[in-house]
Design a protein around this ligand. Structure first.
Ligand code: ADQ
Length: 469
């Protein structure tokens, strides 16, 4: 069963699903929106310097059959809602980094103000039988704000980042309010079973919520269904990109340039959750303990700039530059630079070619909701001569991709050993692992994810239905 009404997607940022740079998620959501003649609502990405707090300017435009509706944020709202509460409180705490969380600021007011404003702007655009799908940690209280304005439509929420263990979550001064907000939804989608178990333990301990049926919890006078829907990639789209001229060209260039060398690759946003310095330390440790890797193994790290006005990100950049420089200084030769670090985004069309050129894919976050690079790396490989995925056990993807070499990113020696093992893995083992990984990535792709979520949302015995009767 799929919901019959129009689909409304709400996310912090929106993308034109018809643009090639949009990426798998935008394309997958765009498809579902196009089918129902849907609406996509979110922040425009622009800061209106002349705007007033809580007053976003609404703009709408058509992208085929999809309506894109955006609001601008004024400087104060952007700083407190986006940089502040979302990215300096929720992001670090949900990634278990209490040491980086700024829990004493007053940014909660801006977070609530923007969610309330978004609800006010969205409400008049809604139709009676709409099905509303809200995304990610920026917008946790949006359903509660919409309900307070009388919205009775079915609403689902998907959290793209991990749920931390209850004892960490409870460090947020407003944790009760935040989690109560989730009970305004009919369905809460999480990335992994670990996330569901953390949610389950939290609501039982802090809200005395009891599971009333499979995946159903009752607390705060409401019932919510909470379940894992591990997100996937658009495999067909990524394969198409892989056959494109730009992917083939970068693959050939890399093979030529590094003809005598073996490449290990990391592609990330430069974020402290991604375990990037830990990865360089492990690589350095491998160089120190396995001299046969010298003048051979080369680590390519492509880390795109992200949230660089938040302090923790600027510190990370400095640390990484120091580590890469030191490793190259200590181990490099005139004709071999062990680490190539590029602080930039690479064009999406090149990503499959880069992944294919690397004999080892390093996806080693300290915590990650899912991590789509792990899945992209698998799809990009030559099935006859595939590379090896080294994957952190703390990425949501590790619950599905059990045939990767799973590592603990805090264990420098263990990770160095895994890198070395990956570099030297026999062909037959690489093929066997790759077959199993690819089958999993193919089966649980982004279309499966979208379909399962929307089906579950359609099946919820929503209070919304009762209220409407
Ligand atoms: P992110 O933390 O952004 O997403 P991820 O899942 O790794 O992380 O997706 C990143 C995407 O951006 C991938 O498609 C990747 O190829 C691309 N990308 C990253 N760095 C790049 C670079 N330097 N150049 C070019 N492309 C780059 C959040 C959660 C994740 C969750 C996703 C989806 O943090 O855990 O998997 O949402 O739910």
């Amino acid at each position: 069963m799929q919901p019959s009404g129009r689909l409304v997607v709400v996310s912090n940022r929106i993308a034109d699903p018809r643009k090639p740079a949009a990426g798998g998620l935008a394309v997958a959501l765009g498809e579902a929106l196009a089918k129902s003649g849907g609406l996509w609502f979110g922040w425009s990405g622009a800061v209106d310097e002349a705007g007033a707090p809580g007053e976003g300017r609404l703009q709408t435009r058509q992208a085929g059959s999809v309506t894109l509706a955006t609001v601008d944020l004024c400087r104060q709202d952007h700083d407190s809602y986006y940089l502040g509460y979302s990215n300096s409180v929720l992001w670090p705490v949900f990634h278990c980094r209490l040491d980086l969380a700024n829990l004493e600021t007053g940014d909660i007011a801006g977070y609530r103000r923007v969610n309330r404003m978004m609800a006010r702007k969205l409400l008049p655009l809604l139709q009676g039988d709409d099905v509303i799908w809200i995304h990610d940690y920026h917008l946790i209280p949006l359903a509660a704000e919409l309900r307070a304005l009388g919205c009775r439509q079915r609403m689902g929420f998907f959290l793209h980042i991990p749920v931390p263990p209850p004892v960490i979550l409870a460090a947020i001064p407003q944790h009760q309010w935040l989690m109560r907000s989730l009970f305004a939804y009919d369905l809460v989608g999480l990335q992994s079973e670990t996330d569901v178990s953390h949610f389950d333990r939290y609501v039982q301990a802090e809200a005395d919520a009891k599971p009333v049926a499979e995946h159903q919890y009752r607390a705060f006078g409401a019932t919510v269904r909470a379940q894992a829907f591990p997100i996937g990639i658009d495999v067909a789209e990524f394969e198409r990109l892989g056959q494109g001229a730009e992917a083939v060209e970068i693959y050939q260039n890399m093979r030529e340039e590094y003809a005598r060398r073996r490449l290990l690759l990391g592609i990330d946003r430069l974020d402290y959750s991604k375990g990037i310095p830990q990865r360089v330390r492990a690589f350095r440790n491998m160089l120190s303990r396995y001299p046969d890797t010298h003048s051979d193994a080369t680590l390519i790290m492509i880390a795109s700039p992200s949230r660089d006005t938040v302090h923790a990100y600027a510190d990370l950049r400095q640390e990484l530059e120091g580590l890469c420089g030191a490793t190259n200084g200590d181990y490099g030769e005139l004709d071999w630079m062990p680490v190539r670090y590029i602080h930039r985004m690479v064009a999406r069309k090149r990503v499959p070619g880069l992944c294919r050129a690397a004999v080892v894919g390093l996806v080693t976050p300290l915590r990650d909701g899912m991590n789509l690079v792990a899945k992209e790396y698998v799809v990009a490989q030559d099935p006859d001569d595939p590379g090896v995925l080294v994957l952190s056990r703390f990425a949501g993807a590790a619950e599905q991709l059990k045939d990767a070499l799973l590592v603990n990113p805090y264990d420098t020696e263990g990770m160095a050993d895994a890198m070395y093992r990956a570099l030297n893995m026999p062909l037959e083992e690489r093929q066997r692992r790759h077959r199993a990984l690819l089958a999993n990535v193919r089966e649980f792709d982004v279309h499966w994810w979208r379909g399962r979520f929307l089906q579950a949302l359609a099946e919820t015995n929503a209070d919304a239905d009762e209220a409407a009767r």
